[in-house]
Design a protein around this ligand. Sequence first.
Ligand code: GRG
Length: 299
Amino acid sequence: MINMELEEYINLSQKKVEEHLKKILKERSPEIIYQAMRYSVFAGGKRLRPLLCLLSYQMVSKDQMVDEKILDIASAIELIHTYSLIHDDLPAMDNDILRRGKPTNHVVFGEAIAILAGDALLNLAAEVCLDWILSYGCEKNLVRAAKYLFWASGVEGMIGGQVIDITNSGHNIKSEDLLFDMHLKKTSRLIQASCVCGALVAGAEDDIISDLEEYGKNLGLAFQIRDDILDVIGDSKKVGKSIGKDIKEKKNTFVTFYGLERAQQLVEHYSNKAIDVIKKYDNSKLLIELTNYLINREK
Ligand code: GRG
């Protein structure tokens, strides 16, 4: 069950992010590349990372409205997330034909255009961030936010996590540290960056930024573990995934490492850790509700 206030906030923020992404991604020429970029950006993603960015901003600024100042970086995060999914689905990586219940980018546009569409989204994210920084007179916190975002998406983050994943698929990871390192980089980093960017744009002090960073890191783990569980128990509900695919292909997931029961305990452990670090803040109610909603999701 989703709380009414959270549902309203999710609807409002999704609408704002959607409008902003449409402005950023107007169709130009060459048509095919804009079509490929728009196809995946508007394919029905949850917009979780922009939402976390907006809610973290709101926790610090106590501003109930969606401020224009946060929308550029929130949208840039979604562009980076989308690029990572397009590339992750490619034949050279996961070789998936469905994402969010629809044919993947390379199935529709061909491999070369899908690679370029991913690259173009990453470039566009950088351009959006730089224009944003310039339009606010190079405020230091905005520069810090953009730097954090690109650090989190790079080799110390998402790309590094993907490398660990690819180089270990086909055999079981034996080390708990490596399993966590992989998921902290691949999944948590961009989620924690969403929270840190929100806090930075709201002008938070360093201790609040660290708390939101810790929140995002633990939420990212809980979210990934729940995702791994849903891949096993929720296949009929989880759109666009084939049954037990990760297990068949010997992907290293929290479920293959720990089994279902322990994995579910870990979801609770890391979501509690996430909540514990932000519950002292007056305005953290919606972030806490979102955490509970995400870890109980069925798809
Ligand atoms: C190719 C550089 C590169 C990285 C790929 C993010 C990623 C790394 C791979 C995607 C596959 C995967 C299972 C990632 C774990 C994180 C995750 C559960 C992503 C899906 O995020 P959602 O559920 O997606 O927010 P939607 O569809 O709602 O946008």
